[in-house]
Design a protein around this ligand. Structure first.
Ligand code: MN
Length: 190
């Protein structure tokens, strides 16, 4: 199976001023593309060749095939949930306020977890098999599907996600990214 880079559903300058056109050009056009290309070079002739990305993520041993498959999936999931800042007319599901007391308290907890990921990685909001929401940080290509958790949304905290726009100011990137979330997509995953 040849893995394809999914097109963005918005123009590369649509996420300004939260994320610049330059960031999208590199992040989607170079980084995401490179994970797709790497995976397409790694899987031919292996047991993973005809598996879905999700199957590879769950079954591959830690290493290059897992890393590239998870990074393809993670980035697709991240970009899908973004939209032009301020354009989303759908309200977040009230599940966050129910579990954290208020939406703001949830945001604060999520940002804290995302800021606390040491080095490259991802912050995830997931649903457990029991139906509870949980915030988790993952290093590098980490993906919660591997632990049987259902991903709801993620913030990419690799420096390549924010360095061109925010340099070392990860907390500022995190606080601004909320303005670019598409809750119609995220609520449908919840
Ligand atoms: Mn990234």
């Amino acid at each position: 199976m040849n893995i394809q880079l999914p097109a963005l559903k918005y123009a590369k300058d649509a996420l300004q001023p939260v994320l610049s056109e330059k960031t999208l050009e590199f992040h989607h056009g170079k980084h995401h593309q490179a994970y797709v290309d790497n995976l397409n070079k790694l899987i031919p002739g292996t047991e993973f060749e005809h598996m879905s990305l999700e199957e590879i993520i769950v079954k591959a041993p830690l290493g290059p095939i897992f890393n590239n498959a998870a990074q393809v999936w993670n980035h697709t999931f991240y970009f899908e949930a973004l939209t032009a800042p301020g354009s989303c007319t759908t309200k977040p599901c009230d599940c966050y306020a129910k579990q954290w007391g208020s939406f703001e308290a949830f945001q604060e907890a999520f940002n804290k977890a995302a800021a606390g990921v040491f080095g490259s990685g991802w912050a995830w909001l997931v649903k457990t098999p029991e139906g509870a929401l949980q915030i988790i940080g993952e290093s590098n290509a980490g993906n919660p599907l591997r632990q049987g958790l259902k991903p709801i949304f993620c913030f990419d905290v690799w420096e390549h996600a924010y360095y061109l726009d925010y340099q070392n100011r990860r907390p500022e990137y995190l606080s601004k990214l909320w303005d670019a979330l598409d809750w119609s997509v995220i609520n449908a995953r919840c």
